[in-house]
Ligand binder design. Structure first.
Ligand SMILES: Cc1cc2nc3c(=O)[nH]c(=O)nc-3n(C[C@H](O)[C@H](O)[C@H](O)COP(=O)(O)O)c2cc1C
Length: 236
């Protein structure tokens, strides 16, 4: 194997150069879950003139927020970057990945380490629906405050990353089902992003996602064989 390496920016952008796919992303007639899961790809080329309207973006985020979360505390938070000038500002922070400026929007999936402070609001909704007696609700809320309130920052951060990752996946699949494309991105400078977009101190940055109308399908799926990643019962 050659010893040559690339900078992070070269590595992230080379992918578009070597992607010789000529067809556009598949528009699915069948949006059955398994078809959507199989057909979603990371798409890095977008129609810069195509704008998804806010109502649809809100609907996609509502679907994303149906994802499960730790104690139903829904720690995900979304920053939707739609202004072209704001996307331009993000571009160098995200290693000049062109999809930042070409896709309709960039969605920063964030996670609130203090999401547990909404426990009363969330569990009151559950009680109001008649799904939990009031006294049990109070016990739940008190326990959540005791537990989450005493967790170290790292543990709250881990929870925020897990919740946010699951919601991000649901968002990508919902987008595909609705005829849009996405690419998740970890290739950005987190500290610069936090600073430039005034991300609150108690928020984790989980990932960025470009969302828009893809013009090139992206790579076909390649995955390790299932037996290389699967173990039954316990490790020897
Ligand atoms: C956490 C995470 C970070 C990623 N970061 C980037 C990125 O910065 N730029 C990019 O072009 N793709 C990025 N990807 C996309 C992966 O390269 C892609 O998911 C992988 O190659 C599999 O391809 P598929 O999504 O088409 O199945 C990222 C994916 C994940 C899950």
């Amino acid at each position: 194997m050659s010893q040559k390496t690339m900078t992070k920016e070269e590595y992230l952008n080379k992918v578009k150069e070597i992607d010789t796919t000529s067809e556009a992303p598949k528009q699915l007639e069948d949006t059955d879950f398994l078809t959507v899961a199989k057909e979603r790809r990371s798409v890095r080329q977008y129609d810069p003139d195509f704008k998804i309207d806010k109502r649809e973006i809100r609907e996609l985020l509502e679907t994303a927020a149906l994802a499960p979360s730790s104690s139903n505390l829904q720690s995900w938070r979304f920053l939707v970057i739609e202004d072209q000038a704001e996307k331009e500002r993000l571009l160098p922070i995200a290693n000049n990945q062109q999809q930042i400026v070409d896709a309709s929007v960039v969605i920063a999936v964030l996670g609130d380490r203090e999401a547990y402070k909404n426990a009363d609001r969330i569990y009151s909704q559950i009680a109001e629906k008649g799904n939990m007696p009031e006294d049990i609700k109070d016990m739940y809320v008190n326990s959540i405050f005791d537990n989450y309130g005493s967790f170290p920052k790292e543990r709250l951060a881990k929870i925020a990353h897990i919740d946010g990752g699951i919601a991000a996946m649901q968002l990508m699949l919902a987008a595909k089902a609705k005829g849009y494309d996405t690419v998740p991105m970890g290739g950005y400078d987190e500290a610069q992003f936090i600073e430039a977009f005034n991300v609150p101190e108690n928020y984790e940055t989980v990932m960025l996602l470009s969302l828009g109308k893809g013009t090139k399908a992206g790579f076909q799926k390649t995955r390790l064989p299932i037996d290389d990643i699967l173990q039954w019962n316990r490790f020897e």
